[in-house]
Write a protein that binds this ligand. Structure first.
Ligand SMILES: Cc1ncc(COP(=O)(O)O)c(C=O)c1O
Length: 481
């Protein structure tokens, strides 16, 4: 019998593996039907000029997987296995039907993303990234290596669902000292990015049809996540002092309020204490919880970072959320949530089932990064460098576009959102800027209420001062047409 095998002695795949794969394929394709007797290993080896052990190893593997059976004295036979279900020629592959949740996921975002120019512009005011030239990679490598080279069994076990305890402690200390958060380490849970914490909180706190108050413009990924959990969103406008609490519609019912009080995303601006207290009073009257997204509260370039809303919470209704994405780097996928005591148990239960806890190695390295003082030195450097770049940007804007654009005056964050004159078409500005090699980004995707006032976003953290000046000069020509 000729199996027409094609063993290749020059291939990287071992010969026995090649025989195994080819015979297996013949069986699965029905070319070697059940009960077919295979050549004796000695004969097959001779036929292809192979060692007999090569053939016996291939047969043994096929037998172990149930493709072959050998009967002592009678030989080796193809096992009686059922035919593999195959899509008929020209028929589409099976498409699994999605759950209601799965269908909702695939139909979001409900708003069409605007078509942005494809090519990467020469001067890209992209935002929401971190930039490797500032991050102290040498220190980071050393800290990771410390845990990789130890014989501690720490890494060979599942870590704690709540997070690596020294990191929880370090975050609690840091938040208390520098962000005005009142919490013990047991309230700090380490998550795989803030987005995960939002997801778990939405699952724990929202039923389909529940109301959620959000800022507009605001953090679109949170809008979509809440919608995914069936929430009804009510958009509340923001001004230079963040969410306008007085504008919350009188009879709105909401289980949650999602806010960015330190540095409103994406418009900028920081909530003064009177608004914070009004918001807490509103939440109390309406039995709502407040989710405080403090994604980049550390990055304030004039005065001191504003203390967190959580520190004013009198009755355990604020959940504070932070991330290392902006101040370290987003690929780390580490964030933290500070929970009121009543939510710790349910949150941990959920996180344990969702992912059994975030990766320990990077948590351990971040813990040392904080406790050994590198984190605060790094923040200091970020504030200095980003602060200078932001200043360059606003000076250039005043010079090139003074009077034609407006932005929140607080010096903070990694980008500036420019309000354009009301009759401007923001996509037209984006396209014309792209045509002169400048990447700026439309504001509309962050707005819940359409049509939205025209605006564009300019990230400044990844560009040199010279690039910022040249980029704004070109933008000035575009906007000044
Ligand atoms: C306003 C805001 N909140 C939260 C996040 C989420 O951060 P993470 O990367 O930890 O999921 C981001 C990330 O871009 C953000 O811009």
């Amino acid at each position: 019998m000729d199996l027409a095998l094609t063993p290749d002695k020059t291939a990287v795949t071992p010969l026995y593996r090649q025989l195994y794969q080819q015979i297996r394929q013949l069986i699965l394709d029905g070319k070697l039907p059940p009960h077919t007797r295979l050549p004796a290993s000695r004969d097959l080896a001779r036929q292809y000029g192979l060692g007999r052990v090569t053939v016996t190893a291939a047969y043994a593997q096929l037998e172990a997987e149930g493709y072959l059976v050998s009967r002592t004295g009678a030989g080796t036979f193809v096992a009686a296995i059922p035919q593999r279900p195959l899509a008929a020629d020209n028929q589409p592959a099976f498409i699994p039907s999605l759950s209601n949740w799965g269908r909702r996921v695939t139909t979001l975002p409900l708003e069409e993303e605007p078509a942005l120019p494809k090519e990467r512009p020469e001067i890209d005011f992209g935002f929401g990234r971190s930039f490797p030239h500032i991050f102290p990679y040498d220190i980071w490598r050393r800290l990771l290596a410390r845990y990789l080279s130890t014989d501690d069994v720490m890494l060979s076990r599942y870590g704690s669902v709540a997070g690596f305890y020294p990191l929880r402690q370090a975050v609690a200390d840091y938040l208390e000292r520098l962000r005005g958060v009142k919490a013990g380490a047991e309230q700090v849970i380490i998550v795989s990015g803030m987005q995960q914490a939002l997801d778990i909180l939405a699952r724990l706190l929202l039923n389909s049809g529940d109301g959620v108050l959000v800022e507009t413009p605001g953090y679109a990924a949170a809008f979509e996540l809440f919608r995914l959990h069936g929430a009804r969103l009510t958009a509340v406008a923001v001004d230079d002092e963040g969410l306008t609490v007085a504008a919350i519609p009188a009879h709105v019912q909401a289980r949650l309020v999602f806010v960015t009080p330190s540095n409103q995303f994406p418009r900028g601006g920081s909530m003064p204490v009177n608004r914070r207290l009004e918001l807490l009073a509103w939440a109390r009257q309406n039995e709502a919880m407040v989710l405080e997204d403090d994604y980049d509260g550390e990055l304030r370039y004039s005065g001191h970072p504003v203390a967190a809303l959580q520190g004013l919470d009198g009755d355990g209704r604020v959940v504070y959320l932070g991330t290392f994405s902006k101040v370290l780097f987003p690929a780390l996928r580490l964030g933290y949530v500070v929970l009121p005591p009543a939510l710790i148990e349910p949150f941990l239960h959920a996180k344990g089932l969702v992912d059994r806890g975030s990766p320990t190695l990077t948590q351990a390295a971040v813990a040392d990064f904080i406790t050994e003082g590198h984190f605060e030195r790094h923040l200091h450097r970020l504030r200095q460098e980003y602060g200078e770049r932001r200043q360059t940007l606003v000076d250039a804007l005043a010079h090139e576009l003074g009077g034609r654009v407006r932005y929140a005056p607080v010096a903070a964050g990694l980008h500036v959102m420019l309000d354009l004159e009301p009759d401007r078409d923001e996509m037209e500005v984006v396209r014309r800027a792209a045509a002169v090699g400048v990447g700026v980004y439309p504001g509309a995707p962050y707005h819940l209420v359409r049509p939205s006032p025209p605006s564009i976003l300019l990230g400044f953290s990844g560009l040199s001062s010279a690039e910022i000046e040249e980029g704004v000069r070109r933008l000035g020509e575009v906007i000044g047409y």
